[in-house]
Design a protein around this ligand. Structure first.
Ligand code: ADP
Ligand code: MG
Length: 421
């Protein structure tokens, strides 16, 4: 993906003006433009009138990159996914004679709860919903600065809303016993390999961000595919009877693999495919936005697994050079916190991300490869698994970091039918 850079005055594009990019299906603005994407700009000849038209369409005064992104996302989502999603809602979608049900009722209940907060009128409610804060949980767990920024509400209103939501949800100090009660509700999705499941303490657990990192072809994407299939199975078979949401940043999602894996499990692949909600993130902004939007789909669409493959690929290629390191890490950090917040809100949601490795030049002993993203990612994800190649189709997984699990290794295989021992 192209590198974001400042526009130079002399290359024909004026600073601060939005340019519609066919590649990203969005306007680049705020003085930034994606270099290679200049080729995709609609205004190839810099037609002044055309630019003006587009600009006024956007109502330049309160033009806002984020709002534009939301619109674009909705567009893409409507075009690409909703067709699928709509189909998913047909009552004949069954898995092992069990329905994966939507919770549109609970969405309404969530919004009603927000509506009942003190001081929330029609206008405030609309702003909150538009910005994606349509439940008490999402308000209570989001830092005030983010709510303010996204909803446009004032700091006093925001503070009041957060306080009221926390009171309603009974959030505060709790006893370790309560924490234990909460953790007892944590469920697990099987990876398809008993050994790998054992390493993870019984499968991929909900309520955490789990990171798989490793070199090319070590099976990261394969595991992501397999989890999307497995999460749909009933509990006794290692699933959560829920849908999966797949955010693909590298263009490596392959429905063909889902079909093969479904067949390996004797599942109807058509139903399995319909229950995977897919989003292709074309750049880091888009990726961040997809996750923010996902928050609104989780309850409604009964999503039990979110996949981000890969977490920081876009960030790495868009922020180049030492000078951008700080802002890159900050953005990754806030993106990761969006994910962690989802885990806090939905205890029955599993989040898995993949990460590339990069060579660490100053390591002479031990493994010179290190997960990309540095400490930010290392500290953000709860459980980290390092993958490397073994013989043939074998892969070795090593538990690198987990708050409650012992270190260890597991060997699994990648076959045509998916992940197995
Ligand atoms: P990465 O870690 O780069 O995401 P992948 O998850 O894409 O790696 O793993 C690629 C590997 O998965 C291939 O090298 C191959 O061993 C295995 N693989 C992919 N498709 C199949 C298949 N249809 N049958 C068997 N093995 C496969
Ligand atoms: Mg991959």
């Amino acid at each position: 993906m192209a590198k974001a850079r400042e526009i130079e005055d002399n290359n024909g594009f004026e600073m601060g003006k939005p340019y519609y990019c066919k590649e990203c299906k969005r306007n680049h603005t705020k003085g930034k433009i994606y270099k290679e994407h200049l080729n995709f700009a609609l205004f190839e000849n810099n037609d002044e009138d055309e630019i003006k038209d587009k600009s006024s369409e956007l109502n330049n005064d309160d033009y806002d990159d984020e709002a534009e992104l939301i619109e674009i996302f909705n567009e893409i989502n409507n075009e690409e996914n909703n067709v699928e999603v709509e189909n998913q809602l047909e009552p004949d979608i069954k898995l092992d004679s069990e329905d994966i049900l939507d919770n549109s009722d609970s969405k309404e209940a969530c919004i009603n709860a927000v509506k009942k907060l003190p001081g929330v009128g029609e206008a405030t409610l609309n702003k909150l919903i538009k910005a994606g804060f349509s439940s008490l949980e999402s308000i209570a767990f989001t830092p005030p600065s983010i709510i303010q920024e996204e909803s446009g509400l004032g700091d006093k209103t925001t503070a009041k809303l957060i306080k009221a939501s926390m009171e309603k949800l009974n959030i505060g100090f709790k006893s370790a016993e309560d924490v234990w009660e909460h953790r007892k509700n944590i469920a697990r999705v099987t990876t398809g390999s008993q050994e790998l499941d054992d390493l993870l303490g019984g499968g991929v657990e909900t309520g955490s961000v789990i990171e798989f990192f490793g070199e090319f072809r070590t099976g990261k994407t394969q595991i992501m595919h397999q989890l999307c299939v497995n999460v749909q199975m009933p509990e006794e078979k290692g699933g959560l009877e829920g849908r999966a949401l797949y955010i693909d940043t590298e263009g490596t999602f392959r429905p063909e693999r889902i079909i093969q894996m479904s067949e390996g499990l004797d599942l109807d692949h058509k139903k399995v495919l319909k229950n995977i909600i897919f989003g292709r993130a074309y750049n880091s902004d888009h990726q961040i936005l997809l996750i923010k939007e996902a928050a609104n789909l989780i309850k409604e669409k009964n999503i039990k697994l979110i996949v981000v493959d890969s977490l920081i690929g876009h960030f790495r290629s868009e922020y180049i050079g030492r000078g951008t390191l700080a802002s890159r890490q900050q953005t990754i950090n806030s993106h990761l916190h969006d994910l962690l917040r989802l885990c806090d809100i939905y205890a029955d949601l599993a989040i898995v991300v993949t990460n590339q490795v990069q060579a660490k030049p100053d390591v002479f002993y031990g493994n010179p490869l290190q997960a990309a993203g540095g400490n930010v990612v290392a500290h953000g994800s709860t459980i980290r698994i390092y993958l490397r190649k073994g013989k043939g189709e074998q892969r070795i997984a090593k538990m690198v970091d987990a708050p409650h699990l012992p270190e260890g290794e597991a060997i699994f295989s990648i076959t045509e039918n998916g992940i197995c021992d």
